[in-house]
Design a protein around this ligand. Structure first.
Ligand code: MG
Length: 390
């Protein structure tokens, strides 16, 4: 039996993880759940799954949740600093589902890697901001990261730990849906509203990642994620636009064969693979009826329409400080866009500007990364104040 700590259990990924667990109850014990502020849903999850621990963000929420759970379920509610590290590193835990959104998920992923836990990774920012550090902990502890991000999960399935990437893989091909603006004109994209940008054609996700899909910054982050996770040279990472989101990524081998993974655009599929590994478990979904698929199309991404994607290739192979700036500046810019304080096309302008201001930093420890990230956050907010009066 696998014993899980699920970080970010009330988010979109966390809810899907618990849905897969529902279909496979005898395979998993839920040791702990954590959430940011959705206490109502956390209450229901605790009542259903009786975790040993539930972690919330504030004292007030902890009090409220503990009151709700009293006499109903034996869950201890924690909120103090260090609570996340505790549920991640506890000796009883075998697997950590890292599904906290954005850079806020980095510390707990790193803690899990240090404790030698198997990490089911949905938080791509952990790889983007600290990939080499986390991976060296994972290999020192003889542990493993299984990606939940659907593209990387597809590549992981295809590679299946069996091939020598350096000699056998010609390239990995990340697929991108192209988001809601794939066929829109540059002018329309530039002035897109929040509502238009949140209207993703294929995937139902949280707001931040949905905006990242619309700018294709999500794909940029995924290119960087793949670079570290699979230890690939920049030249071996390709992106193709595949609007149907049926193929979730591919690997081209040196002999010319291309292998891929197909499935519905539903996160329960990569989640099931990660939770079940090395076995296959049910996701609760029916399979695709191939005869209903009329068309699988592929095209090159348009860097002019989606300049954020190009930024990934600009920062790859440079020091970690570059991908950290890309990620932090983007998080702050997207927040400002969602608050309707900047225009859609200004997300790229801000990230690009912050990258150009960057002085190359050599970040050697996780503490270096945290303090540099904080610095970049401050600089970006200062820039927004100065130029956009936010
Ligand atoms: Mg993805």
């Amino acid at each position: 039996m696998k014993t899980l700590s699920i970080l970010g259990s009330t988010g979109s990924i966390g809810q899907n993880v618990l849905e897969v667990v529902r279909h496979n109850r005898t395979n998993f014990k839920i040791f702990a759940l954590s959430c940011h502020k959705n206490i109502e849903l956390m209450k229901l999850q605790c009542l259903e799954f009786s975790p040993n621990f539930a972690v919330v963000s504030t004292h007030q929420d902890a009090k409220k949740l503990a009151e709700h759970l009293k006499h109903k379920v034996d869950t201890e509610v924690l909120f103090e600093e260090g609570a996340l590290s505790f549920i991640v590193q506890h000796a009883d835990v075998t697997h950590v589902v890292a599904a906290i959104a954005n850079s806020a998920g980095l510390k707990s992923t790193y803690d899990a890697s240090k404790a030698g836990k198997e990490i089911l990774l949905a938080n791509k920012e952990s790889m983007v901001m600290a990939g080499p550090l986390i991976l060296s902990q994972v290999s020192e502890n003889n542990s493993r990261i299984i990606p939940i991000d659907s593209e990387h999960n597809a590549i992981y399935q295809v590679l299946n730990n069996e091939v020598n990437i350096e000699s056998q893989v010609k390239k990995v091909i990340l697929t991108a849906s192209g988001g809601p603006f794939l066929n829109e004109s540059l002018e329309k994209i530039d002035s897109a509203t929040v509502e238009q940008a949140l209207n993703h054609p294929n995937w139902k996700m949280g707001d931040k990642i949905t905006i990242d899909s619309a700018t294709m910054m999500n794909k940029a982050l995924e290119v960087i994620e793949a670079f570290y996770l699979f230890d690939l040279p920049k030249a071996k990472i390709d992106v193709v636009v595949h609007p149907q989101s049926i193929i979730h990524s591919m690997v081209e081998f040196v002999d010319g064969s291309i292998l891929c993974q197909l499935g519905f655009s539903d996160m329960k599929i990569p989640i099931s693979y990660a939770l079940g590994y090395p076995e296959r478990i049910t996701s609760g979904l029916r399979g695709i009826d191939l005869t209903t698929i009329e068309n699988l199309s592929f095209s090159k991404p348009d860097f002019q329409k989606f300049p954020c994607l190009k930024l990934a290739y600009d920062v790859l192979g440079k020091t970690l400080s570059h991908s950290i700036v890309l990620n932090i500046a983007n998080e702050i810019a997207v927040e400002a866009f969602l608050d309707k304080k900047i225009k859609f096309n200004q997300i790229f302008v801000i990230v690009n500007e912050m990258l150009s201001k960057l002085k190359n930093e050599n970040l050697l420890s996780i503490d270096d990364i945290f303090s540099f990230s904080e610095f970049v956050g401050k600089q970006t907010r200062f820039y927004l104040q100065e130029h956009y009066k936010i």
